[in-house]
Design a protein around this ligand. Structure first.
Ligand SMILES: [Zn+2]
Length: 69
């Protein structure tokens, strides 16, 4: 199933599923990094795939990346 995301759907998802805000106003595909603003005020870039599937929904200060081991 190939779900098509638009910037407004993503914005909706971000609002409902995280404390972050979406700052990007265009969406061109899964490989594109989107700009978010964390609840702490920091801005961070992440692909929507990571945001959604890997639950990386905060900046690296609030949610440090897990060590890969
Ligand atoms: Zn933060």
């Amino acid at each position: 199933m190939n779900k098509r995301w638009t910037i407004s759907k993503i914005n909706d998802f971000v609002e409902k599923n995280s404390d972050s805000k979406l700052l990007s106003t265009e969406y061109h595909g899964f490989s594109q990094k989107l700009l978010f603003q964390c609840a702490c005020g920091s801005q961070f870039e992440k692909t929507f795939t990571k945001f959604k599937n890997n639950h990386q929904r905060k900046c690296e200060v609030c949610q440090p990346p897990k060590a890969s081991r």
